[in-house]
Design a protein around this ligand. Structure first.
Ligand code: NAD
Ligand code: WQD
Length: 336
């Protein structure tokens, strides 16, 4: 059985679909601080069977001990964490507590239960402003904000843990920009409040919840002046987790660090145009000031994941926009 901390969240639910369809048993564990039980009900609809789900907090040693006592866990995917960059700068203690201290409690519970296989949700944000793209895993690590530092700290904790106890099998997955939704339109990204990220903002403009998109910066040294990113379909990312779980279950007893991206960069306006094709309506936008902390361009080199996990992203930007729109138009107010 695979334990998915933060399993009721955006990437957790989509990964649960991929894992269950590949024949794995999963148990979701979540405190619902950034997700809703309705997401879990939708997952059940998609897979057509019950899915174990425990409400609890990774920072609680007793909650963690209880889940390891109740289920026979073979490996953990650790999605649970807070992810808003701006908020992390305003509330560093909350972010270090959830993301770093919470991980320590989880790892202690794993050690106690004799579970030594973990897949961790890291982020391309650990690279900060890259010297060049595509970014290989060997690039300099210099996260530019608190959120990014929490991710790098957990990577280092897991490397130190493996150095001290080489029977651990660890996969550190550095995601680029996850977008899109399951093709059913039953589950998708459901940010609370004003979306920080581009795709959910564009989708809310398309559905009429917001008047126009602010494009943060039109004077970057990129082909059209807007920021360039490596958008990856969440179901490709989910398949990457399935591949990483299969690897740690094979007890490689190492630490694998891989980028999960497509290796292709698209600009903000590329994404807006692709979304317009998907929803068949114009997306009003205006060029606004740059957002502080943004880098001009960042895309990943996913070749190591190809070699080590036999995984590669298959879905196009048009697929990402089509599925994101399908989710948004069926659920204009998300899971509410
Ligand atoms: P999400 O917020 O949708 O999911 C995270 C889940 O963790 C939520 O359901 C939340 O309720 C839960 N959670 C938070 N703190 C918890 C705690 N203390 N105990 C138990 N549950 C807790 O986010 P997501 O987009 O699915 O991201 C999943 C992971 O991937 C996160 O660790 C995030 O930092 C990382 N990541 C996300 C992105 C992205 O752009 N979405 C990119 C790179 C990395
Ligand atoms: C993408 C592009 C913006 C919103 C963030 C985190 C990162 C990772 C993924 C978790 C940029 C532009 C955006 C808008 C815009 N998360 N934009 N108008 O900043 O690459 O990455 O999410 O690990 O850590 O930093 O993603 O979707 O916010 O922005 O013009 O309203 O869209 O400037 O060029 P980002 P994003």
């Amino acid at each position: 059985m695979i334990l998915l901390t933060g399993g009721a969240g955006y990437i957790g639910l989509h990964s649960a679909v991929a894992l269950i369809e590949a024949g794995h048993e999963v148990v979701l564990f979540d405190n619902f601080s950034n997700s809703k039980p309705e997401g879990v009900r939708r997952l059940v609809k998609i897979v057509g069977r019950e899915v174990a789900c425990v409400e609890g907090d990774v920072r609680s040693a007793s909650d963690m001990a209880a889940v390891f006592a109740r289920y026979s866990i073979d490996a953990v995917i650790h999605f649970a964490g807070l992810k808003a960059v701006g908020e992390s700068v305003e509330q560093p203690l909350r972010y270090y507590d959830n993301n770093v201290a919470g991980t320590l409690v989880l790892l202690a519970a794993m050690q106690q239960a004799g579970v030594r296989r973990i897949v961790f949700s890291s982020s391309a944000t650990v690279y900060g402003a890259p010297d060049f793209s595509p970014i290989p895993e060997s690039a300099a690590l210099r996260p530019a904000n608190t959120y990014g530092r929490t991710k790098l700290m957990v990577e280092e904790i897991l490397r130190d843990l493996h150095a001290s106890a080489p029977d651990w099998s660890v996969a550190l997955l550095r995601y680029f920009n996850p977008v899109g939704a399951h093709s059913s339109g039953q589950i998708g990204e459901d940010p609370s409040g004003i979306p920080n990220n581009l795709m959910p903002f564009v989708a809310q403009v398309a559905v009429g919840r917001r008047a126009e998109l602010n494009v943060f910066g039109g004077d970057y040294p990129t082909p059209d002046g807007t920021g360039v990113r490596d958008y990856i379909h969440v179901m490709d990312l989910a398949d990457g987790h399935r591949a990483a779980v299969d690897r740690v279950l094979g007890d490689p007893r190492d630490v694998l660090t891989v980028n999960l991206g497509t290796g292709v960069g698209y600009s903000v306006l590329d994404l807006v145009r692709a979304f317009e094709r998907a929803c068949c309506r114009p997306i009003p936008y205006r060029i606004a000031l740059r957002r502080p902390g943004d880098v001009p361009a960042s895309w990943g080199d996913p070749s190591l994941a190809g070699q080590q996990l036999q995984w590669t992203a298959r879905r196009s930007l048009d697929d990402m926009c089509r599925d994101s729109w399908n989710w948004q138009k069926q659920n204009p107010d998300g899971f509410a």
